[in-house]
Design a protein around this ligand. Structure first.
Ligand SMILES: [Zn+2]
Length: 74
């Protein structure tokens, strides 16, 4: 398989995976959350600290300065 075909296949797969994640997150009730460091966006490698749903891992809120400090000390 040539490189362009391979990239096209991988991009197609990524789209499928992202759609599946989106559907899981949409159907989730986000009952419990924890502070975690997560990638800011799917296409970014920058890490940010957010409240993340324990079940679907969607970031659903911003912790306060105090909560972040506490998280980083752990
Ligand atoms: Zn959730």
């Amino acid at each position: 398989m040539g490189k362009p075909q391979k990239v096209a296949t991988l991009l197609g797969e990524r789209q499928k995976i992202e759609k599946e994640i989106e559907e899981l997150q949409r159907s989730c009730e986000h009952r419990t959350k924890s502070i975690k460091s997560v990638r800011e966006r799917l296409d970014s490698t920058a890490m940010v600290i957010r409240y993340v749903c324990d079940e679907c891992l969607l970031s659903i809120g911003y912790p306060s300065e105090k909560e972040i400090t506490k998280y980083l000390k752990k």
